[in-house]
Structures are given as structure tokens and as C-alpha cells.
Design a protein around this ligand. Sequence first.
Ligand code: ACM
Length: 486
Amino acid sequence: MSAPEEWREEIETFADDLARAVDWEVRRVDSGAVGDIVVRHDASRGAEGYRLVVGDRVEVEAGDAAGFAYALTALRQFGPPELWSRTTTRLAHWTLDAVEVCDGPTYAWRGAHLDVARHFFDVATVLRFVDLVAAHRLNRLHLHLNDDQGWRVEVPEWPELTRVGAWRRGSPLGHEFDDVRDDVPHGGYYDADDIARIVEHARRRHVQVIPEIDLPGHAQALLAAYPQFGNTAQRVDVWTHWGISHHVLNVDPPTLDFVERLVGYVAGLFGDAPVHIGGDECPTTQWEASAAAREAMERHGFHDPQQLQGLFTERLSRSLMAQGREVLAWDEVLDAQVVPGTTICAWRSARKGREAAERGFDVIMAPMQYTYFDWLNSDSPEEPVAVGAWPYVTTWEKVYAMSVVPEGLDPLLRGRVRGAQAQLWTEYIDSAARLDYMAFPRLCAFSEVVWGTAGDVEDFRPRLEHHLARLEAMGVAYRELDDEVR
Ligand code: ACM
């Protein structure tokens, strides 16, 4: 293969993947020499775009390094599933049909979100997930790093966050409303080296890792470690329930200072990636009962306790933006003071995405009805326990029918829709195998949606069936397709 020198890494990754899959050797030759695969930079292909021509040899024109990587992915897709194997299998040869492909994504933000707080996933599982995300041409991994049930990043200045906050005594067994607990301790966390490994592995596969620290709600694990940042004298444990804890951060100035330093530290582990500051589902009951919070309301002239959340949003956003970081937040931040320039992750509905765009914000679409892969795969009673029950069902066909642009959005505002992401909340995902089952094939359908090629589901189904052989080769424990298209 001959390619521009600056794309050496993409060839190395391709060569590593093929060596592992089929024990083939891919060699890079000087650009003066003619290889079996000839690669050229062509800026007219656009960001992440490419043209791939298979004739007597393979020619690739790519707009950038990511486009080149996606062209190599396409080339691998034209071959047999063995090329995707994660353990070495024998493959004598591979015949390519003549073909020309011109391709590129419609949306720049094509994300997968993974909640490592409700259940912790070790580095190897995260790296494998990155590979699967990249194989589907998604380019962001949003890591949800803390919640009521666990804190997952070591922070040297506050060691109790992981000494205490990363561990819980047990988890619900079955649904929360069944009120049965397993009494099996669960926990884990990443240190700075772990994060660096994840970020670097992802970077090489053109996946940017987005850290999320979710505050001021979803804070019970933090409060178990550092109760002084809470509203009451009550000591709390890392939560052993699912749901939304009413233990939230207090609004005292030292707490805002702490949060700014804390999120700044975590953000620093992720290079210059955008930072998600959470902001969802923050109950105000403790603030309403707190004299200090009521005084803060008076001092700031607030009429609604929800505005207290805006103190966190504003402080964090301004601090991160001053360091040149893009700031993301869940759509609840629209309900209090939100800083211009914040990117809104619209999860409660597509309508929230439309509202955000109309109010001048960039939007990442994450409407739960289509992109929450913790919902049931079908309404069959055979499905393993998942969040809620009917009607919380999202089949892969439904995912495939998603429109990224929210209904009714003025076409002039479409540019504010940066893309979409699929969410894997992990209350009921406690293993790599269950992660596979919930993610696939819904993530396959989602990848076409956000790449911009989703069309008729009847056309997609045979393509998907073909693709399942690749997932199998990758060792993915995907959910089997049902016989009927629903
Ligand atoms: C969310 O699902 N609470 C963002």
C-alpha cells in the first residue's frame, strides 16, 4: 500500500487488524512505488469522506485521515467475514469485485454513550467497545463517569471519591420495583493511565472520547465520599438502588469551587475533547428544605429553586469554555441559566432538540424513544430484564426509522443539528455479553441513520443479515433478528 506519510497510523491499524484476523501482512511502500492499494489525499472529498475504486488495483482518495480509515473499513466489508475476526483464522485469498464507492457522512457527531457508573466495565471491555463503535463509523464515545451508584475516575486531590465512591454494597436484582437486592459488592474505577489508554486507542480509530461528570444531581456516590458537599448532616452510602436519588450537591460557594476544580481535573485527562457536564434529573427537594439554599435564592434573586442548578451550569460552562473546551449538557439545562455556546444533548424528546435549536444552541439528538438502547429490544416476554417494561421498547427497525432532524425544525436551523448518539445506560447491563445484546444490532441500524444512508428498512434487512456474520466474526453476542419485520 502507498499512502501519504501522515496516514501511516491508519495503515498500521489496518495491518494490525488483518494480522490478527487472518495473519496477513500489509506492507507500506514508498509513494513513488505502486502498491496494490494506492491512496491519495483529495480535500474535495470533504471531512471523513472518501472515494474507493476497485479495478486492477485499489485506489483510494480520502478527504482526511478518518476518510482513509473509513475507506479501509469499506474495503474490509467487501471481503469475507473472516477479515473481522478477533482471533486468527485461515484465509487463503480474497477476491474483490470491481466497484466504485463515493461516500461520506451527513453528520459530524456520530456517537455512542456508555454508562460506566451503574456498572463498571474494565479497560479491555471499553477498548473492545471502541473497536465496535469505530467499525460502525461512529466517531464519539461518551463515557458517563459518575452517578448515584458509583464514581469511576481516580482524582488524586480527592482520594475518597474512588476509595469510597467507586464501590457499592449491592445492586437491585431484577427491577427496582421488585425491591430485591443481590448483596454482591460492585465497583471499580479508572486511573489516569487507564484513561490515557482508552483515549489513545480511540484516537487511533478516529473516535473522540467525551467525559461526562454528571452534577449537581446524580451525586450520591460523590456525597458518600465527601458528605460536606451535601445539604444535610445525614451520611449516605453509594446508592444500591436504581432511579434518581434526592441527595444532590449543596449550592454553597466552596462546593461550586470544588466542582469547578474537580471537573477541570477530569476534563484534563481527555485532551481537548468536549466535556459533558451532565445536568439531568436534579431534584430540588433538598434545596427547598435548606436554609442555605433559600438564602442563595434570595441573594441571586431567584424565584424558582431550579435556578440554583444554573449556578453549576454557569460556573462549569464558563470555566471550561475559558479553557477552550466545548461544553455539552443534557437538555434539562435549558430550564435554568444556560450559557450561549453550550451544546445540548436532547434526550427527553426530539421536541427538546427542536427547542434547543430554535433557542440558538447546537444540538446532539439523543431522543430516548429511538436512541436509548437500555430499553427492551422487543415486547417478547423472553427479553431479559431491561429498563421499565412495555412501552419502553425500541426495536432495531424503530431505530432505523429515526429522523435525526427533529420534526418541524425550520430548514434554516438544520445546521444546528450536529448529529446524534445512542445511549447505553447500564442499570441492567452488567456484563460485556449483555452490552453486546443490547447494543447490537440496534447500533448497526443507528450507524446508517447518523451516517445519513438509512432508507427503506426492507432494503436494510438483507444488508444487516449479511453484516451479522461480521459481528459473529468479531465475537459479538448480538441479539438475533426476529423472523418478521415488525
Ligand atoms: C438521562 O437519561 N437522564 C439523561
